[in-house]
Write a new protein. Structure first.
Length: 323
């Protein structure tokens, strides 16, 4: 079996969507959650080329959004754009036009700040993790995940947030097989990190991409949980997590359905809102309100220095397979 080039799939998708109004691209919250959560489509980000990859807020600046463009390509990059907020601090839109922020070749569903402010990015389909030093506009380190036994290819990553079981562990998931791993890492002496092992945990369904841990105390989440974008089936799922911060398969349930390419995922630290991007399907950013604001708890120094395992982040038919 082989994967079709994403550009071919994107053209097929674009041709199909050309006959649909934007309003027909539904975002449906599952009835179990619909009474507590509301989704708002912020639309496409001005100035960011398709296809979209990860989404997150710039470290230390909650009013600047970072988002991947030209995802899965060597020309991929992160772009920055200001966001507008309402009186309750919820993100309601974008300010101005996006500009280049940093190189992010092969960006996919996962980008997140780790120890020392290093930005970690999953790179698909080359099965790598890139690392950008604070303030750097280039990829300062690349780790080959295939050499550590990760199934092709690394697609998204997340650090388990402080206060969760397994806090500080780094999680990685592959698309399209859904293999979920816990990674170990050590400082390499230059500000970036060596990733020394990838321990397979389980296999998730749905073609998983971006990962976001649910802020504690959010409605209908009585135990520690995460949100998992499922690119291949057009959904976002919820899972309860175990003592290591890993999803428990039996607890899976739909959170959002009727999507066209759930990709990157992020929790707004000011409000707890869940943001995700789409790869294809119009290339959009969607925000879901109803979560509580996450607590501000720094990672323990021992975790920052030793990295015995690492906090919480995530498309649509670009990774088709054919026989």
């Amino acid at each position: 079996m082989m994967k079709l080039k994403k550009h071919l799939v994107f053209l097929l998708v674009a041709a199909a969507l050309a006959f649909l109004p934007v309003s027909g691209q539904a975002v449906t919250i599952d009835p179990f959650y619909a009474g507590s959560y509301t989704a708002f489509d912020l639309g496409s980000v001005p100035g960011v080329p398709p296809l979209y990859g990860p989404v997150l807020l710039k470290a230390g600046d909650p009013n600047t959004l970072l988002i991947g463009g030209n995802a899965n390509e060597a020309s991929g990059a992160l772009y920055s754009i200001g966001v507008t907020r309402d009186a309750n601090n919820h993100i309601t839109g974008f300010s101005g036009s996006a500009s280049f922020y940093a190189e992010a070749a092969y960006n996919d569903g996962g980008a997140q700040y780790g120890p020392g402010g290093v930005l970690f990015l999953a790179r698909w389909p080359v099965n790598e993790i890139g690392q950008n030093l604070p303030g750097s506009t280039v990829t300062d380190k690349i780790v080959d995940m295939a050499a550590l036994g990760v199934a092709n290819s690394a697609a998204a990553l997340a650090f388990v947030p402080a206060g969760f079981p397994g806090a500080g562990q780094l999680k990685l998931v592959s698309w399209e097989g859904g293999e979920w791993y816990t990674l170990t890492y050590t400082p390499d002496g230059t500000g970036t990190f060596d990733i020394t092992s990838a321990n397979f945990v389980e296999t998730l369904p749905g073609g998983p991409e971006g990962i976001a841990y649910v802020p504690p105390g959010s409605p209908l989440f009585p135990v520690p949980s995460l949100l998992q974008c499922e690119f291949s089936v057009g959904k976002v799922a919820t899972y309860e997590v175990d003592a290591n911060g890993d999803p428990t398969l039996a607890s899976r349930r739909d959170f959002i359905t009727d999507l066209e390419g759930a990709e990157g995922a992020f929790i707004d630290p000011l409000t707890g809102d869940f943001l995700f991007s789409t790869f294809g399907g119009g290339d959009r950013v969607v925000v879901v309100q109803g979560f509580v604001a996450p607590p501000v708890i720094p990672l323990p120094p021992t975790v920052l220095l030793l990295g015995s395992g690492l906090l919480g982040l995530i498309g649509f038919g670009r990774k088709f397979k054919t026989t």
